[in-house]
Design a protein around this ligand. Sequence first.
Ligand SMILES: O=C1C[C@@](O)(C(=O)O)C[C@@H](O)[C@@H]1O
Length: 224
Amino acid sequence: MRLEFDSFTLAASTADLGDEPRAREHADCVEFRMDLSDDPLTALASYGGELPLIATNRADWEGGEAREENRLEDLARAAEFEGVGAIDLELEALESGAAGDAAAHAHDHGTTVIASAHEFEGTPGADEMRATLERASEYGGVGKLAVAADDPGDALALLSITYDLASEGKRVATMAMGEAGRHSRAVAPVYGSKIGYAPVDPDEATAPGQYDLATLRELVDRLR
Ligand SMILES: O=C1C[C@@](O)(C(=O)O)C[C@@H](O)[C@@H]1O
């Protein structure tokens, strides 16, 4: 079930694959947050849901809860499962070479790599965002950038870069986190962003400013 992300794909984020049936009505895939799950490889081995999975094992140095020990090895193993259509690897880990084996393993198994970067401290300047997203889209089948917006102008800058890169044929996914950036989650697909994230359970958001799943689905569908 390879995920190509050639059109907008809505991912329902959860730490519990038992949530998948609840996600089906609105989501195109499930983002399995391995770093928030107790025994993620066992959960993956018994997964029999309909929706393809993005496996994410977010590092603690990038907003998640996974320590480095076995983190990338577990992602590589996740890529072997039939139900996993993509794995998410941090751009920083790809650029340092640490995630090279996991990326190659994903490639061997026909699993897409999402190369992601998160900036929780604010919104970098436009040149830096563009450069990060360009590098990410070279490493991955999709390059993803999430930034923390302090005001709507931050989201506007990110949307503008999203539009430029998508117009050049690059596959990108962007979102501005936080209240000031929330609308970007609904609007970014109009400008070419290929992945959106929303929690299955509204009380279990995986990033600041996320809409609940049904709301994001409706907003995206109405705007396009
Ligand atoms: O990278 C992302 C995007 C995200 O941080 C968001 O802002 O929606 C949510 C995460 O679960 C996911 O891995």
